[in-house]
Structures are given as C-alpha cells and as structure tokens.
Design a protein around this ligand. Structure first.
Ligand code: FAD
Length: 518
C-alpha cells in the first residue's frame, strides 16, 4: 500500500501544473505566506504517512501535513481557514492514526500531525496537580499517549482509573471516541473521567470548557469523533496507583452461564465504592491459540484445546483485582469472596500475579512480537459494536455460532464484555444502547494484504443479521457512508449533534475522514 501511495503521489506531482510545491493547486497560495507555513510538508513521506491508518484499508491523500510545534500553530491554521475561504478547507487532527477506516484522514485537505507536539516544549505536556475540590488530577496535551501518562503519573504514586487495552493511543483520539476497557463497568469510559479541556473550535477559537464552563462544547467534544474542535489539553482524574494485580481467567463452555456471571460481577462491583473488582472483560477462544486473547501456560494448552474442539467456542471471563503493600495479605481472600458462586468449568481457572504496569502494558508486548514478525502493519478489518444485554444471547447463536464458527476464517481476537450505562454521561456525543447494561463486542481481525475482503464480508453479514433480527446495535468507532446511516446511528442525539456542528464548526472543516458532514 505504501508503494501504491507513492505512485499516486508521483502521478499527482506530475499532473500538478507549474508550482514548486505539489499542493499549490489544491491549497490556497496565501497559506504558504503565513507564519506556520514552514511547518507544512507535502513530500511523499509526509503525505504517505498521513494517508493511511492502522486499518490499512482506506488510503486518502491530504494536500499537505502540518507539523505544529505549538497550540498557536493550530489556532492560526484553523482561523486562517475559517476566515479566508468560502469553500471549506478540510482539516483533520491525527493522533496515532490508530483508526481503522480513515477517520483521521483529510482527502485533499490538511492533516495536523499531533505527534509532532510531543517533541515541543511549548505545550501542556503532562502535569500532575491537586486541588481541594478535584483532588489529584493530571493536565495532559491532546497529543500525549496514555502510556506516557501512566509512567508520568506513577512517579507521583498516582494513575488514571479508566484505560484502554492498548496504551499507545493519543488522549485526543480516545476522548473523541470513548476509551473503553475492563475498567469501564466500574469507572465509566475515559470520557467519564475528564474534568476540563482546552479545545480549538472550527472557528479557530481556543476555548476552555468543562461541565460548568462552556459545557455545550465540553460534552460535544467528548465522544464527538473530532467534529467540534481539536483537543489540546484534557484534565483527567487520578487516584492512588496500585502496585500489583491479581489476574484470573476462567473458561466457560456455556454462553448463558458466562454472561450471567459477567453481568452479576459488573452489577455487584459496579455499585461498590471500595473492595470491588477493578477489571472485568471477556473473549472467545476459537480456532487456534493464536486467536486467543490470553496466553495460557503451555502445559494447559492441550486440555484447553480439547475443550475448544469439543464445543467449537469457549468463553473466557477475565477479572482483575489491584493491590498494594497494605492489601497484599488480604487480596487473595477478598478475591475468593468476590468470585464466590461463579459457574466456570471446573478445573479451568488460571491465576497470575503481575505488576500494575505489566498488566496495563499487556497489549504492547503482543505488538512488539507482531512487529518483529512483520505482522503489525497488515490490514485490520475490525468491527466494534455495542449491543443491548437483552439480545446478547441471540447474538451468540446468530453471530458467534452461525456466522463466525461456520465461516471459520477468524484470525485475531473477539472480545465480549458488558458495561453499566449509568457510568456514561448522556450529555456527551457518544452513542450507546438504551438498556442499563450493554455489551461491547470487538471483532479485532487481522488479515494479510489480500484476504481482508473475506473479513469485511463477514462483518457485513454480522450487521445484516443484527438488522434483520432487530438487534439495535451501535457501532463503536462508527463507519458509515450516508447521511441516513449517520442519522440512524445517532438516533435521538442526531439533531443535537447537527446543531453542535453548526455552532462549533459551521464551515464543516474538521475531521472529514469520518464522512459525517462532507
Ligand atoms: P486517530 O486515529 O489519530 O484519530 C481518531 C479520530 O480522532 C479522528 O477523527 C481524528 O481526527 C480525531 N482526533 C485525533 N486527535 C484529536 C484531537 N487532539 N482532538 C480532536 N480530535 C482528534 N479503543 C478503546 O476504546 N479501547 C481499547 O481497548 C482500544 N484498543 C485498541 C488497540 C489497538 C491495537 C488499536 C489500533 C486501537 C484500539 N482502540 C481502542 C481504538 C482507539 O481508541 C481509536 O482508534 C482511537 O481513535 C485511536 O487514537 P489515535 O490517537 O490513534 O486517533
């Protein structure tokens, strides 16, 4: 794909009449005279890197890439675009580009490479503070990675409470979606743990917003798919960090027992203030161990494989309890108490004890392994869904058993775990099912360069099944092409979403790669 893009780029270069810069025909010449112009690049390396993403399926070339070194650079760019042009100049902030369907691209527009700010001293960076009303918190630049936030806050003995499974994602990127993981049932998604943000709106205004100040912008931006502004700073809540985690995986051959146990755990522990589980997730064991979320001791693989072969799909419930020096002597007992009455298959519980950092960095280890095998930069036709608890059993029979198992093409993980709706704030732009408890299901397929279409066909089949069966799913990291689909996706929030767009980005310049308004 990189070669393909370079060829496209060279073709465009050759067909661009006259100017010394390849983007001179598609971008306003006046742009080149502005202060930040020297930070704009349109060479193949810059264009190619901003054209694709982790999904490696959608490739769309911007006209140029801005490598800002300050918030002012971004303010000037957006203000210039807003003030000078009746035809909108599209602009996309790009965090780590870990979207899967071109969400951070700007076809023929400008991509703002947020990562370049990480090298700059003129930005927020990561600053831990405390005040009487909020307690401990961290101010973080929108360009920072969650892994950096983890390590910086740990130096103060503190850490955020809500995470994603993988930490090499930007603050701006995850807050534009929701940011979920096994902690969400208890602490809510990452967007439920933000006190305040600085945002550059689509009019080029830098605005501080919170639940009390400019609250409409605050809630619009959280889960707002980058539509209302560029997040340059977020204030995130912190708690004392644990040192270690007790991590248990339990296997189930029966789906309804598995989900009943998951739901009970998130209900009881979601209500507790202390002494609750800290993390509840789940995944499918299907096919070979390469597709499994968890690695198990090699001596246990044969007996697990025989269970998988016998049932086709095995369900893995994963729970974690954090502990520190004060609680190390009681954690085992507490955990036994919390897990009492669970109905996993006897003899199929696996316990590990690792440091807090090892636990949070677990996907990083997988990433490095895949990198070394040349398997990280393949295609990723992912599909992530939220669905109501009342239909999870229909989803198991219609999708996991009738589609996934029968097609037998799954490579990559399949996650399935529930969350409590009351930990999400209805005022944000994020969209979730109406029921009190809903599930997230993630088909995290990875495929070679040629085979991804089969996974996309399977994704289509899953969506068609849900449609026909009347299962009201919501896509997480949504990908739609028509206005009607977007309107259906947002449902009762659609008119609010449109009104927020008209107010904060009236020229519809921001995040064109989502294809909502362009
Ligand atoms: P990008 O892909 O760069 O951008 C995503 C969107 O946000 C774009 O529309 C972009 O314009 C906008 N944007 C980026 N920065 C800003 C900003 N500063 N201000 C405003 N808008 C901005 N998600 C989870 O919730 N939980 C997980 O456990 C999880 N695990 C993942 C594991 C892997 C290996 C990968 C590849 C992704 C995972 N994700 C997960 C998905 C991830 O959260 C989203 O794809 C997220 O958008 C990625 O952040 P990013 O910095 O790469 O954003």
């Amino acid at each position: 794909p990189a070669c393909f893009l370079v060829i496209l780029f060279v073709t465009r270069l050759l067909t661009t009449a006259g100017g010394s810069k390849p983007w001179s025909t598609s971008l306003p010449p006046k742009l080149q005279t502005l202060d930040f112009a020297e930070k704009l690049r349109a060479d193949p390396e810059a264009i190619v890197s901003a054209s694709s993403d982790y999904g490696n399926i959608v490739h769309r070339m911007p006209a140029a890439v801005l490598y800002p070194s300050s918030t002012d650079d971004m303010v000037s760019l957006i203000k210039f675009a807003y003030d000078n042009y009746s035809t909108p100049l599209s602009i996309a902030a790009r965090g780590r580009g870990h979207s899967v369907r071109g969400q951070a691209t700007a076809p023929n527009g400008l991509v703002v490479d947020m990562m370049s700010l990480r090298k700059s001293k003129n930005v927020t960076g990561i600053r831990v503070s405390k005040n009487p009303s909020l307690g401990s918190y961290v101010d973080v630049g929108g360009e920072q990675l969650w892994s950096d936030v983890l390590h910086a806050t740990l130096e103060h003995g503190l850490a955020p409470v809500s995470w994603t499974d993988y930490l090499y994602l930007s603050i701006g990127g995850t807050l534009s979606n929701a940011g979920i993981s096994g902690q969400s049932f208890r602490y809510g998604p990452q967007i439920s743990n933000v006190y305040e943000m600085d945002v550059i709106t689509g009019k080029g205004e830098l605005v501080t917003c919170s639940a009390k100040k400019n609250s409409e912008l605050f809630y619009a931006v959280l889960g707002g798919l980058g539509q209302f502004g560029i997040i340059t700073r977020a204030r995130i809540s912190l708690q004392p960090a644990p040192k270690r985690v007790n991590w248990i995986r339990m296997l189930y051959s029966d789906f309804s027992t598995f989900t009943a146990d998951q739901e009970r755990l998130i209900s009881v522990n979601g209500r507790r203030q202390s002494n609750a589980l800290d993390y509840v997730e789940g995944s499918l064991l299907i096919g070979s161990p390469n597709n499994w979320r968890s690695s198990f001791p090699s001596s246990d693989i044969p007996k697990i494989m025989s269970l998988v072969n016998q049932h086709g799909i095995i369900y893995c419930l994963e729970v974690v309890k954090y502990y520190d020096d004060h609680t190390q002597h009681t954690v085992d007992k507490e955990l036994q108490e919390l897990l009492k009455g669970l109905s996993f298959n006897a003899g199929f519980a696996f316990q590990r004890d690792v440091s807090f950092v090892q636990f949070l960095e677990r996907v990083r280890r997988e990433e490095l392994k895949l990198h070394s095998q040349g398997l990280w930069e393949v295609r990723h036709p992912w599909l992530n869904l939220f669905l109501p608890k009342s239909r999870i059993s229909d989803f198991n029979s219609g999708v996991f058993r009738d589609i996934v198992l029968k097609r037998n093409i799954t490579t990559g993980l399949v996650l399935v775990y529930p969350m409590n709706r009351n930990k999400w704030d209805e005022r944000t732009s994020a969209v979730i099912p109406e029921e009190d408890v809903f599930y997230t299901v993630g088909f995290l397929h990875s495929s070679g360069f040629d085979g991804w279409q089969a996974f996309d066909d399977q994704n289509r089949e899953v969506l068609d099944f849900c449609d026909k069966a009347g299962i009201e799913i919501k896509q997480y990291f949504p990908h739609y092409k028509t206005r009607e689909d977007w309107s259906n996706h947002f449902g009762s929030k659609w008119s609010m979403f449109q009104a927020r767009k008209a107010r904060f980005d009236p020229k519809r310049m921001l995040s064109p790669g989502q294809m909502i308004f362009q």
